[in-house]
Write a protein that binds this ligand. Structure first.
Ligand SMILES: [Zn+2]
Length: 321
């Protein structure tokens, strides 16, 4: 028998698309969102605040969502438990953290390093690593194998907001190159960075120089069919992904046919994998990174083997800027 006859409000509203919010790949919290639907959650600065917080409450257009290290729950009651207790700092740095971060919106390119400084500090402490402008000294050869994944990467950001060897210098999305070997073919002799006033190694950097010893082969950069860029060494080739649009007029323009250094970094099932450089100051041995080996299959019968490059290459010291 109903005794309470006072009015009771019932609300109706659009249902949240739970799949866009509560899907956790690899058992982790979802960190990439459609910027049109979730402008705050897809913002670069919000990324580390969210990632480093144990609990978050999101006020979306449709519903309020709770999120903690064990589950995400919508106010309608729908929830998803994480496969593993989520700890953001245990995620792989390049494959997960930087790949997702590079997809987030940052209106100011100079914020690319500062907006992830909090995560980097905590990550360095957890894994006992040495931070170098978005990369780690201990795994530097692998970390240097990031590639720009934009269809049109656009011109290089000038003035530079990070050293050219860091993904932070690149416009838009980046992702790591996958390869089969753990061998690193460069050695860091020293590094030097100059942060902005009052900053530290995690801040925006005015300069960051990496003094390395490595193996370098020289080849000509060529434009092949279908927009595939290659580096040609006599009759051998390596497919290359450029860090920016090298055809844009200005100080970063590079003419096809120019002979450039190829810095060997790793080997991948017998295939040479490395970075394409350009010399900026011969006397001071200063080089910029302009591209990286790409996995585009241009011609499976024509590629540069690791041992072939090694035979042609010379060992040298250089400064990556
Ligand atoms: Zn719901």
């Amino acid at each position: 028998m109903i005794t309470d006859t006072s009015p009771c409000p019932i609300y109706f509203g659009p249902e949240l698309d739970h799949s866009s919010w509560l899907t956790h790949e690899n058992g982790n919290r979802r960190l990439d969102f459609d910027p049109l639907v979730y402008p705050l959650a897809s913002g670069g600065w919000a990324y580390q605040e969210r990632a480093l917080s144990k609990r978050n409450i999101h006020f979306t257009q449709q519903k309020i969502i709770w999120e903690c290290m064990e589950k995400s729950q919508c106010e309608c009651g729908f929830y998803m438990k994480l496969k593993v207790k989520n700890d953001f700092l245990d995620l792989p740095w390049e494959e997960e953290i930087i790949t997702t971060y590079s997809r987030m919106n940052l209106s100011e390119p100079a914020d690319r390093l500062p907006a992830i400084a909090g995560i980097a500090k905590a990550y360095a402490k957890r894994h006992t690593l040495t931070y170098l402008a978005g990369l780690w000294k201990e795994t530097i050869a692998h970390n240097l194998l990031w590639q720009n994944s934009e269809r049109n990467p656009g011109p290089r950001i000038r003035p530079l907001v990070a050293p050219t060897w860091s993904w932070a210098s690149s416009r838009g999305r980046t992702s790591p190159l996958h390869f089969s070997s753990d061998t690193m073919h460069i050695q860091v002799i020293s590094y030097k960075y100059e942060p902005v006033a009052g900053g530290d190694r995690y801040s925006r950097l005015i300069t960051a120089r990496l003094h390395i010893a490595g193996t370098v082969a020289f080849g000509a950069i060529t434009n092949c069919r279908d927009g595939v860029v290659q580096m040609k060494f006599e009759d051998k080739t390596v497919c290359v992904g450029m860090d920016y649009d090298i055809s844009a007029a200005g100080e970063d323009y590079i003419e096809f046919g120019t002979v450039l250094p190829f810095l060997l970094l790793c080997d991948d099932s017998g295939r040479a994998v490395g970075a394409v450089l350009r010399c900026r100051n011969k006397e001071r041995k200063e080089y910029e990174r302009i591209g990286v080996s790409s996995h585009v299959k241009f011609d499976p019968f024509e590629f540069t083997t690791f041992h072939w490059v090694l035979r042609q290459a010379t060992t040298m010291e250089l400064i990556l800027i």
